[in-house]
Design a protein around this ligand. Structure first.
Ligand code: ACM
Length: 631
């Protein structure tokens, strides 16, 4: 470069510096109030991090540790009240903040985080981290980064007290280290409940010392891969090598790890259905007492499409057998002793009653209780389990099926089959956690089913983001909050668990934390994209399905028309029907197009700002027609 030019470029750079220094504010979930201020706070190796009172120490230490790891500055948190970065508990509680809220004031001179409770300081710290350059999310020193924080005044507190994510560790096993890594990300987005689905047909994952076979036998299944529900059944004598479980020490360690991050771990022991792993260990607890094996994802049920189903291998506990309640007492005694959570989730979902209907013991019990419908035996079972929990100082939480047989008084309900169960439960005065499949099921595909590995249904991030957990006409005081559920039938690795979780769990974090009025999809999108960069820096996986076209076929006047849409604003969708690869010189989608006759294939890809951003989606005519909906 010629000297005169380099001087000019340097000058240009100098004048543009304030622009570069003022990074945009991209916090997820969106705080209640964000007022940008002039200037920036500059982090240096001399920045002091102080906490006013001991309860602030954890947030301050966490910040110091993350900052020193990525900046390379030797930062430590120490007691005091004049830090460059200051954590303080309010001497007089600020009523606008509640138990989890905080204020975060950044000026060029100082960063001050205040809260009524330590949880608020922790959330203020998470917001501060999100104001720093994305490299702060990494795990090693990032060179050549301007460690600045835009000046801002933030006041924040959550909309709901239950902001949860469920991880199913039965269908696939995730190690203790993987579970911690997963929890750490939840804390980044201010989730405060980790629902741990510990038992199911495909593995029992929690050590119960008084019932050792649960993990000696129930934690292991034959090794299989491929589509869940279509895998080969165990062969006679085949060793069960896939699986694992958490010892009680492991569980305590995870509970502490989560508690350090202000996350309550809610355990789930899924009964009386979904119990094949328990029955593999203790077959005498079923009606038929048949010897069963831990299911490896082979088919054992028929689903009839109207919500009814049949289990061809028994996976239910026998509600008429007193030994079942002795078993439940042993399990729940150890569970209650391990988990500080006031709620213990005892499942209750998808319980097939066919074996109960044919069992003489169940028939006798129905007679004794004057029960006419076998379905109502589940209410009896749940009542017995609730009493066991009550005796241990715990409350029962269950899937919305528990409403069907008469739900115990202080039980809370997780509404998953839509919102109907949640409405009914709230109207009956029960606490409710809203987690409907239609908005909150993280196992569903995020993008086009021809791109994402197929599973039961589809759920776009935009749809998750649009959710409002308080149904109309329901007293909001019964809605504890909401939760995203990650079932892992088709998720064999943590990397893929992350892919399925994000960005939808960021969208749901905002649904559960931010005021409903503050939500705005177009405003969320650039923040979500900023967090793609942060996830890249942290090595966290996520789906990029938001860049893939949404493709529909509609019937208009008897003709099959192609309709396409970008999930986010600003995408240009290019397509072809003539077996050419679509690019910017192909047809640009502007409105419904007649799907041509003949052996044609749709190829389409999204561009933004002249660059391809999404996957190429390819659909043959027959597959397009299968999507046909009447308009
Ligand atoms: C569920 O999805 N079976 C609760």
């Amino acid at each position: 470069m010629k000297p005169i030019w380099s001087a000019f470029v340097a000058l240009l750079y100098f004048f543009s510096l304030p622009l570069f220094a003022q990074q945009p504010i991209s916090i997820i979930p969106q705080p209640v109030s964000v007022q940008a201020q002039p200037g920036v706070f500059r982090l240096t190796k001399a920045t002091s991090i102080h906490f006013g009172q001991l309860p602030g120490q954890y947030a301050a230490n966490t910040l110091a540790e993350k900052l020193s790891r990525t900046t390379g500055y030797p930062l430590r948190a120490i007691p005091g009240d004049r830090g460059g970065i200051q954590f303080s508990i309010n001497a007089t509680p600020n009523p606008a903040l509640g138990a989890e809220g905080y204020t975060l004031d950044v000026t060029p001179k100082q960063v001050v985080i205040r809260a009524n409770q330590p949880a608020g300081l922790f959330y203020g710290m998470q917001s501060l981290l999100q104001l720093l350059p994305k490299e702060v999310a990494g795990s090693k020193v990032a060179p050549n980064v301007a460690w600045t924080v835009p000046a801002v005044r933030i006041t924040d507190q959550p909309r709901f007290g239950w902001r949860g994510i469920m991880l199913d560790v039965s269908r696939h096993f995730f190690t203790k280290a993987e579970v911690k890594r997963y929890i750490d990300q939840l804390a980044t987005y201010k989730y405060n409940v980790f629902h741990w689905h510990l038992t199911d047909d495909n593995g029992w994952r929690i050590e119960i010392k008084s019932l050792p076979k649960l993990t000696e036998v129930g934690a292991w299944r034959v090794e299989r891969s491929g589509k869940f529900g279509q895998r080969e059944a165990p062969k006679p004598g085949e060793p069960a090598k896939y699986g694992g479980f958490y010892t009680q020490d492991d569980i305590r360690e995870v509970i502490q790890y989560a508690a350090d991050r202000y996350i309550t771990v809610v355990p789930e022991i899924d009964v009386p259905g979904h119990s094949m792993a328990a029955l593999a260990a203790y077959p005498e607890l079923s009606c038929t007492k048949a010897i069963v094996q831990v299911n490896p994802g082979s088919s054992f049920s028929d689903w009839f499409g109207n919500g009814t189903f049949k289990m061809n291998i028994e996976n239910t506990l026998n509600p008429s057998d007193e030994n079942v309640y002795v078993f439940m007492d042993k399990v729940l005694t150890e569970v209650a002793a391990l988990f500080p959570s006031q709620y213990v989730h005892v499942g209750g979902d998808e319980c097939y009653k066919g074996y109960w209907a044919n069992d003489p013991g169940c028939q006798a019990l129905m007679k004794k209780l004057n029960i006419r419908h076998v379905e109502d035996l589940q209410g009896y079972f749940m009542e017995r389990v609730a009493k066991i929990l009550q005796a241990k100082g715990k409350k029962m939480l269950g899937w919305d099926e528990i409403l069907e047989g008469g739900v115990p008084g202080d039980a809370a309900v997780m509404s998953w089959r839509g919102i109907k169960g949640g409405i009914e439960a709230a109207q009956g005065g029960h606490n409710v956690v809203m987690t409907p499949t239609t908005f909150a099921y993280l196992d569903y595909t995020q993008g086009d089913p021809t791109i994402d590995p197929a599973i039961y249904a589809n759920l776009r991030t935009r749809k998750s983001y649009s959710y409002n957990p308080v149904p109309e006409g329901v007293n909001a005081k019964y809605i504890l909050g909401g939760q995203g559920n990650l079932w892992t039938e088709q998720i064999p690795t943590l990397r893929h668990a992350e892919y399925m979780t994000y960005p939808r769990a960021w969208a749901l974090a905002e649904v559960f934390w931010s005021p409903n009025e503050a939500k705005n999809w177009a405003g969320f999108v650039p923040r979500m994209e900023a967090h793609f960069g942060r996830a890249d820096a942290a090595g966290i996986n996520y789906a990029k399905a938001i860049y893939d076209p949404i493709i529909r076929t509609v019937n208009k006047d008897g003709k099959a028309m192609l309709e396409m849409e970008g999930e986010i604003p600003g995408l240009d969708l290019f397509y072809s029907f003539d077996d050419t690869m679509p690019d910017e010189s192909s047809l640009r989608y502007t409105g419904p197009v007649l799907i041509p006759d003949g052996p044609i294939t749709l190829r389409t890809v999204a561009y933004r700002g002249g660059k391809p951003v999404g996957h190429l989606v390819t659909l043959k005519r027959d597959d397009l027609l299968k999507r046909r909906k009447e308009q």
